[in-house]
Write a protein that binds this ligand. Structure first.
Ligand code: SF4
Ligand code: F3S
Length: 151
């Protein structure tokens, strides 16, 4: 009988296991085809603040989102750079670190990803989320360093 590496009947576990295998293969120094100059990540920008729709957490295969009081961040060391969260975000708050806009948010994502709790399931967005979509200077106006509830 062939040994089956995944727990039967748990599709989410299977997705996560496949994602981790792909991550290991892609980042292997022996893999010349996929070798990259440096580790890459996606980051959450201030456009998330007070919107916090959380569609992004539902699609992340490695559960690397962390929840603050009014926004989420991505742990840069855990993100596998798959990009599936980017189109899911209504205010387009998620960008790759190759985007010039990402530079100032990368440090902030790294800082708060180790302070805030992990979140893996979409919760209820704030009732006034749509009113804050596209608002300018949200970090200066509304950022809260307090942690969210996590999962
Ligand atoms: Fe998760 Fe987005 Fe990173 Fe993919 S790009 S691992 S979905 S945070
Ligand atoms: Fe924020 Fe967009 Fe996710 S608003 S919570 S980054 S879906």
């Amino acid at each position: 009988m062939i040994a089956y590496p995944f727990r039967q009947g748990c599709r989410r576990f299977q997705y996560e296991a496949v994602a981790r295998c792909l991550h290991a293969i892609i980042r292997s120094p022996k893999n010349r085809r996929f070798k990259r100059k440096e580790e890459m990540t996606y980051v959450v920008t201030e456009d998330c603040i007070k919107c916090k729709y959380m569609d992004c957490v539902e699609v992340c295969p490695v559960d690397c989102f962390y929840e603050g009081d009014n926004m989420l961040v991505i742990h840069p060391d855990e993100c596998i750079d798959c990009g599936v969260c980017e189109p899911e975000c209504p205010p387009e708050a998620i960008v790759p670190d190759s985007n010039g806009k990402a530079e100032k948010w990368l440090k902030m994502n790294a800082e708060f990803a180790i302070k805030w709790p992990n979140i893996t399931r979409k919760g209820t967005p704030p009732p006034d989320a749509d009113e804050h979509k596209g608002e300018a200077d949200k970090f200066a106006k509304h950022f809260s360093p307090e942690p969210g509830r996590g999962e």
